[in-house]
Design a binder for this molecule. Structure first.
Ligand SMILES: [Zn+2]
Ligand SMILES: [Zn+2]
Length: 169
C-alpha cells in the first residue's frame, strides 16, 4: 500500500488528484490520509528553509510506502533546495515539497494542471527510490534527477522500460 499524507496547509484535493497517476504507474492501492502537522524544530533561520532529513525523521511511519507532501521549502546539506527526499532507514518514508513547483514562486500566474503534473512526477520519483530504483539517465524517465523545474517539466510522469523491468525483479 502507498500512503499519500498531506502536511499542514496542503490542499487535499491536489493529493486526491495525484492518487490516480500513482495508481496508474505502480498498479498498487493508494490511500490519501488525513492531514498531519508539520513537525517542529527543523527550520534553518539562515537559509529560511527546512532541513528535509530532519523533517522526514520526525514524521510517523506505519507500513508500506509513506509519502508526505508539504508547502515548505526544503533543503539538504550541500544543495540549494530539494523537490523531495526519500529514506528507507526507519521505514519507507518520502517527502515532496510543492514550494518550488508552484508558478507563483517564480512570480508567474498559478496553473493548477501544471502544479498537479509536477507534484505527480516528484511523488512518483520518490516512491521509485523507496521501491529500490536509483536515478535514470533517460531524461524522459520519471526517475531522472531533476536539478531544476525545467528537468521536471521535460520528463514524463511514467517509468521508462528499463526502470519498469528493474521494479519487477
Ligand atoms: Zn531522486
Ligand atoms: Zn528510467
Amino acid at each position: 500500500m502507498i500512503y499519500l499524507i498531506p502536511l499542514t496547509g496542503i490542499d487535499i484535493n491536489l493529493i486526491k488528484d495525484v492518487k490516480f497517476y500513482v495508481e496508474e504507474v505502480y498498479e498498487e492501492k493508494v490511500r490519501v490520509e488525513s492531514s498531519v502537522n508539520f513537525p517542529e524544530g527543523c527550520f534553518n533561520k539562515l537559509r529560511n528553509q527546512y532541513n528535509a532529513e530532519c523533517v522526514i525523521e520526525k514524521l510517523p511511519y506505519k507500513e508500506g510506502v509513506a509519502i508526505y507532501i508539504t508547502e515548505k521549502d526544503l533543503y539538504v546539506e550541500g544543495l540549494n533546495f530539494v523537490f523531495g527526499l526519500a529514506e528507507s532507514l526507519y521505514g519507507k518514508k518520502g517527502i515532496v515539497s510543492i514550494a518550488r513547483l508552484k508558478e507563483s514562486f517564480y512570480r508567474k500566474k498559478e496553473n493548477y494542471n501544471l502544479l498537479l503534473l509536477r507534484t505527480v512526477k516528484e511523488i512518483i520519483h520518490e516512491i521509485g527510490h523507496l521501491k529500490g530504483l536509483s536515478h535514470c539517465s533517460d531524461p524522459k524517465c520519471v526517475m531522472h534527477f531533476s536539478n531544476s523545474l525545467y528537468d521536471t517539466d521535460y520528463k514524463d510522469y511514467k517509468l521508462c522500460e528499463k526502470c519498469r523491468k528493474k521494479l519487477r525483479k
